[in-house]
Design a protein around this ligand. Structure first.
Ligand code: 5RP
Length: 262
């Protein structure tokens, strides 16, 4: 199966597989959302089924919950888990300080709550997610539907005094209707092009009534596992200040990934 995968999918797969080495017996694991995180859920599922790994998973979206259950991972709520040993999730962008933009899949709220309630957050990504400055990827913010157009106008006005290059925002759509998050909210995508001060922007955005949360993850990520299409992985650990490289073997993954949909 991996022989048929595109280089980008191979990169996501090896990053996910390497990140699963952070998971040990008995751990409570935050399960991210998105195509890279879906590889990780599948890998963990295989470890549960084949190696007898005993973990409980806290998913960051309804679709990750469905996938986790389908591969045999015991799913519990965050309130049942209370605190997590590790969360593994994808990202839309990461910078040299491992600050992130997340929310491309619309799950930023649960993702941020779960990652913040974890001893460690490990991001899995391919090298296309690496940026010098955050902001080329539109920054998602979750807003409540009540008065969303007023919130949008307030956000755009607020951006005038922020260190960003663009100031427009768009309501995320699912075909012709607003995209609805798992919490029943809307997503506004902010087209900022470059964010000069992500920490300040995150604080200011969260002061605006109507904004539930924004997709900037500041000082939350501990390490990024970067996968490459040829099987190489690089692990950058921000706390240890280390960068390690290795190669992951592609396994026969016909059964594991034949019905990948995310
Ligand atoms: C979902 C996310 C995802 O982790 C992010 O969009 C990356 O997704 P992918 O691995 O599919 O590129 O934040 O809300």
């Amino acid at each position: 199966m991996t022989g048929e995968l595109s280089p980008i999918d191979k990169a996501k797969f090896v990053a996910a597989k390497r990140a699963c080495e952070y998971v040990e017996d008995g751990m409570r694991v935050g399960l991210g959302t998105g195509s890279t995180a879906a590889w990780m859920v599948r890998c963990l599922g295989e470890m549960v089924r084949q190696d007898g790994l005993k973990i409980t998973g806290v998913p960051t979206s309804s679709r990750t919950a469905d996938l986790a259950r389908s591969v045999g991972i015991k799913v519990i709520s965050l309130d049942e888990a209370k605190w997590l040993d590790v969360t593994i999730d994808g990202a839309d962008e990461y910078d040299a300080d491992l600050n992130l933009i997340k929310g491309g899949g619309g799950a930023l709220l649960q993702e941020k709550i779960v990652a913040t309630a974890s001893d460690q957050m490990i991001v899995i990504a391919d090298i296309t997610k690496q940026v010098e400055a955050l902001g080329a990827f539109p920054l998602p913010i979750e807003v409540i539907p009540f008065g969303w157009q007023t919130t949008k106008a307030l956000v755009e006005e607020t951006l005038i005094s922020m260190d960003v290059l663009g100031r427009t925002s768009t309501l995320r759509l699912n075909q012709d209707t607003p995209f609805i998050t798992d919490e029943g909210n809307y997503i506004l995508d902010l087209h900022l092009h470059r964010i000069g001060n992500p920490r300040q922007l995150s604080l200011v955005l969260n002061q605006i009534p109507g904004i539930v949360e924004n997709g900037l993850f500041i000082d939350i990520c501990d390490a990024v596992v970067i996968g490459y299409g040829d099987g190489r992985v690089e692990v950058r650990d921000i706390n240890a200040g280390t960068v390690e490289s290795e190669r992951i073997d592609f396994l026969d993954t016909d059964n594991l990934f034949s019905d990948m949909t995310d």
